[in-house]
Design a protein around this ligand. Structure first.
Ligand SMILES: [Zn+2]
Length: 252
């Protein structure tokens, strides 16, 4: 098991890499404006720096690319932007890249939202292949991001891997262990952070309501890959959460 941390895309990329390399095994590279998007980073320098620090990389595209917009031209541009990120991720040496699910406005039903996502992700998978990149689907924070809907998308797209965000799959009374049990053959990357089941708070683990002992026990049956602490708080708490998580992973 490897533990990583994301860069804050609003901060200087090099400073972020330096801090992450001091404490973690890999960077979860949030390729987002304004300081970490493909159009502003020096990909060659970033790759060289990652190599110098001997730190791994997992890719992450903006969570707000509207792949399920009912407006076709907006979906098309979202896909083009994602492709530009894939191109940059190839230069950075990332093999696995996260893309995010999303839903059209509520005038459209779940079935239509699933169809729009499948249509976009089919194209995204083809485009990613050109850059030697494999895509992982991270489900979101809405009620629609339930197991039934996520499973339909994963079933329709055999080449798509699943990115398990334990915080997201614990919202609205959802059972994270069910996602783990049923999708474990598809899981390639994990985000962990805590919440109280209602809002997506990205708290240090152990400070919300997620039953981490159950989650870790279930995970350890199937998974030994990359795990990102997607905790947005003071960095002292991030490091405490890392220590706590490592202890739990070892002892359970
Ligand atoms: Zn996440």
């Amino acid at each position: 098991m490897k533990i990583g941390y994301p860069n804050n895309p609003r901060k200087d990329v090099m400073e972020e890499i330096k801090w992450i390399a001091e404490h973690f095994d890999f960077i979860d590279f949030f390729m987002e404006p304004d300081k970490a998007y493909y159009d502003v980073i020096d990909a060659e320098l970033v790759r060289k720096t990652l190599n110098e620090y001997d730190i791994g990389i997992v890719g992450h595209t903006p969570y707000y690319l509207p792949f399920s917009s009912p407006i076709e031209v907006i979906r098309k541009i979202a896909i083009e932007e994602a492709e530009k990120c894939f191109n940059a991720f190839e230069k950075l040496g990332a093999d696995f890249v996260t893309v995010h699910g999303g839903w059209p406005p509520s005038l459209f039903n779940a079935k239509e939202g699933i169809e729009l996502q499948i249509e976009s992700f089919k194209i995204l998978l083809e485009r990613a292949e050109k850059y030697g990149i494999k895509l992982m689907y991270e489900s979101g924070v809405k009620e629609l991001d339930n197991y039934t809907n996520v499973a339909k998308i994963m079933q329709a797209l055999p080449k798509l891997y699943f990115h398990l965000d334990v915080g997201h799959v614990s919202l609205h009374g959802r059972d994270a262990c069910k996602f783990i049990r049923r999708l474990h053959t598809k899981i390639k990357h994990i985000h962990i952070h805590d919440n109280f089941g209602k809002d997506d708070l990205h708290l240090p683990i152990g400070t919300g309501k997620i039953k981490w002992e159950n989650v870790i026990r279930e995970l350890k049956k199937y998974y030994d890959g990359t795990i990102t602490l997607e905790i947005f708080s003071d960095r002292e708490y991030v490091l405490l959460a890392k220590k706590r998580f490592e202890e739990m992973w070892r002892s359970l």
